[in-house]
Ligand binder design. Structure first.
Ligand code: ADP
Length: 473
């Protein structure tokens, strides 16, 4: 058995703003058959504290970045209970004004520091041999391990290089790191402190969530200023594509669907489609229904989609969009829904059940991301027979087989690719999808192909397990 401490700021179902939570929530169970026991260190947000049933106190900090704190353990979780840092309702990163909490550096330095304590063998009976940090919020964990000379090996997984955790240099003295850590091969980043940068410089292994994204982030176009660092550490970087929790995402048992189905019973999706039409105020017809389940941001290409809506409607398609995010995009979609009543329906919210319904009843899901480290919604789409129409980037390129003529005749097509991520290419892809939808045999073959694909964690968990073993020699 290998003990692993995963460190993350999100964990499904307790706290989720995106795919990170799905990954940290599902990976531990998938690693178990490989002899890996994972406990996940999470900030003690109110929702997490409420869920913690048995709570053994593992450690007390008299002062952790401005207040007392303790580490509470249950079988699967270790929670950093620090009310002065995490005792706030709502989004884990943003205050009620929609802006980052001004003390985010303290909140997530504390998380990394606590992980560092574990990795140095300092806490109770739990002595993980691997500390696996996820994204910038946990990225100081490898830094503490390195500068405090911990015994555990460290892995840092990049779920999105666009979020880096950069803070003014004046915070450095509070981090309890030796002065030598404020250096070009440490946390120093253009004169400031970079959490992700420090983690990339310090981790024993770096992973990201698809092979294509691993290659992309070594280039200036996708490297977000860190491509030089990624190139310097190329030998330590691997891309391991995400899986999904195939029990939570199972159209045969999903209680969020009015009608459950399998690949043999695709016609049952019709009842789900009708439920979507009702919920989103859409006309009922026999044309294709596209959906979107997304953060409404530039990264996700939601402005590109907004520019394509008139022609989507002109192609005879309809759109049900579930998303929340930037106000100007919410506004743009609301205006489009007004303009195209019955053809475009928008719900500006975050709604887990509704996201299941959209996958279970729409004909296709549109994902026009400018970059996409892995993406999960296309994997849910495959599993639910909701054909993914995706920009050809990152994990989207790695997980979807484009319906070109050769792939269709070989019976392996599972979705549609387009490039570049712009309105012209998206419009063309929508037109192709509408045409394919008019060939019911081909469309159903694509749906079945997607539903047959292995999108579970099985293969990728084996790759993480192999990586841990390699690190431990
Ligand atoms: P990211 O993490 O960049 O947002 P992913 O595709 O990796 O993108 O993961 C997004 C996750 O969040 C998926 O589980 C998706 O279903 C979910 N999601 C995104 N927006 C919404 C929403 N408005 N309502 C419900 N679920 C959403």
């Amino acid at each position: 058995m290998i003990d692993v401490l995963a460190v993350a700021s999100e964990y499904y179902p307790l706290v989720k703003t995106g795919g990170l939570a799905d990954v940290t929530g599902a990976l531990p169970a998938a690693l178990k058959p490989h002899g890996i026991t994972t406990r996940t260190l999470l900030p003690g947000y109110p929702k997490v504290m409420q869920h913690l049933s048995s709570r053994e106190t593992l450690h007390d900090f008299a002062d952790l970045f401005g207040g007392p704190a303790r580490l509470l353990g249950s079988a699967d979780l270790i929670v950093l209970d620090a009310p002065h840092l995490y005792g706030r309702e709502g989004n884990p990163y943003l205050g009620p004004d929609g802006k980052d909490w001004p003390d985010n550096w303290r909140r997530f330095a504390a998380l990394g520091l606590a992980a560092g304590e574990f990795g140095c063998g300092g806490i109770g009976h739990f002595k993980p041999r691997i500390v696996h940090a996820h994204d910038w919020q946990a990225a100081l964990a490898p830094v503490y391990l390195r500068y405090w000379q911990g015994t555990a090996k460290s892995v840092l997984t990049i779920h999105n290089l666009a979020f880096q955790g950069q803070f003014p240099s004046k915070i450095f003295t509070d981090l309890r790191l030796p002065p030598s850590a404020f250096a070009i091969d440490g946390v120093e980043y253009y004169g400031a402190v970079g959490f992700l940068k420090g983690g990339l410089a310090s981790a024993d292994a770096i992973t990201t969530v698809s092979p294509t994204y691993a290659a992309e982030i070594a280039t200036p176009q996708f490297g977000m200023g860190l491509d030089g660092m990624i190139r310097a550490r190329r030998a330590a970087v691997t891309g391991i594509v995400n899986g999904i929790d195939v029990d939570i995402w199972n159209p045969g048992t999903d209680t969020a669907l009015p009608e459950r189905y399998t690949a043999q019973w695709l016609t049952r999706r019709q009842a789900n489609k009708q439920a979507i039409e009702q919920r989103f105020g859409l006309d009922r017809d026999d044309g294709p229904l596209f959906c979107v389940v997304s953060r409404l941001t530039w990264q996700k290409g939601m402005d590109i989609l907004a520019d394509t809506l008139d022609s989507l409607v002109a192609h005879g398609a309809r759109l049900a969009l579930l998303g929340s995010g930037e106000a100007w995009l919410e506004q743009a979609f609301a205006v489009a829904a007004q303009r195209h009543q019955g053809r475009i329906g928008v719900i500006a919210a975050y709604d887990e059940n509704l996201s299941h319904l959209l996958q279970g009843g729409s004909d296709a899901i549109l994902i026009p991301s400018r970059f996409e480290p892995c993406g999960l919604t296309q994997l849910y789409g495959l599993r639910y027979g909701c054909v993914p129409v995706v920009a050809q980037t990152g994990g989207l390129a790695d997980t979807i087989i484009d319906a070109n003529d050769a792939a269709i005749s070989a019976g392996v097509a599972s979705g549609l690719h387009f490039a570049p991520a712009d309105a012209g290419a998206l419009d063309h892809a929508i037109a192709r999808a509408v045409a394919l939808y008019r060939e019911p045999g081909t469309w159903a073959q694509m749906q079945r192909m997607g539903m047959k694909m292995d999108v579970s964690w099985e293969k990728s968990a084996a790759r993480y397990a192999a990586l841990y073993r390699r690190l431990l020699g």
